[in-house]
Design a protein around this ligand. Structure first.
Ligand SMILES: [Zn+2]
Length: 256
């Protein structure tokens, strides 16, 4: 057998072994690997491994209350409420897909301070025909490019114009009424026009997670569909709704 054939055989074998390995990883780990190929390079059986060598423990299984999940620092918990693409008819109590975040993951990818995040911000012209606003989002993981694609599509729909005025993107801040960092801190989120938005805390005039809420929304489904197509989830799919809010969370949108 020629040496080239041997090398080819070896490469095919290692690819097959690698694919089998990945199939045995927890589903969430597989999704993270698919969603962030430039950042996350592997899994060692207990932690995900970043290209820079950093490791974050990935542990599933512990039973937690909703309050514990929302404040959780366990990476696997970000997948506790599966995010469903497209139109959703009803939302069960406390079902908040994507509202659980992992700060360690976000800080590793986008920067661990306001200054660090700002080094990676890029300015895009948001919907130049309809709105023409300058917005700053991170270039890491191609978030700026994804938002540009969303802008290109939305800009073709004059009927959506009023909804599209953005109330903001990057802002290093905590979530209102909580001690967790908002996804706006990492330059991965955008809020649309506040005038057409509903936010659970404005309606209940409270910050308690354990409140009976009546869902409200005025954001057209077409806007949601366009964002989802490019890796952004929508806060209008949360029991604790925030309908102006979209954030880049491709790990919740990748197909299994
Ligand atoms: Zn927001």
């Amino acid at each position: 057998m020629k040496i080239n054939t041997l090398i080819a055989l070896f490469l095919i074998c290692s690819l097959v072994i690698n694919a089998q390995d990945i199939a045995s990883y927890p589903t969430g780990v597989q999704k993270l690997l698919k969603a962030y190929p430039e950042q996350i390079k592997g899994y060692n059986g207990s932690s995900i491994i970043f290209t820079n060598g950093t490791k974050i423990l990935y542990k599933e299984g512990e039973k937690k209350t909703h309050e514990e999940l929302i404040n959780s620092s366990d990476l696997a918990d970000i997948f506790k409420y599966p995010y469903l693409k497209g139109k959703v008819e009803s939302i069960p109590k406390n079902y908040d897909p994507g509202r659980i975040r992992n700060e360690e993951l976000l800080k590793n990818m986008y920067g661990s301070s306001s200054a660090e995040v700002q080094k990676n911000l890029e300015t895009i012209i948001w919907c130049p025909n309809l709105v023409n606003q300058k917005l700053r989002v991170t270039r890491i993981n191609g978030v700026d490019k994804q938002l540009q694609k969303i802008s290109d599509e939305l800009d073709k729909h004059p009927a959506l114009k009023d909804y599209l005025y953005s109330a903001g993107t990057f802002n290093w801040r905590k979530v209102r009424g909580a001690d967790r960092l908002s996804s706006h801190s990492f330059g991965t989120a955008i809020d649309l026009n506040v005038k057409y938005s509903n936010y659970w805390q404005w309606d209940c005039r409270c910050t308690s997670e354990d409140t009976e809420l009546k869902y409200k929304n005025h954001i057209p489904q077409l806007i949601v569909d366009i964002f989802e197509k490019h890796g952004f989830i929508w806060g209008g799919k949360w029991y604790h709704y925030d309908t102006m809010h979209f954030e880049y969370r491709p790990e919740l949108l990748v197909e299994e």
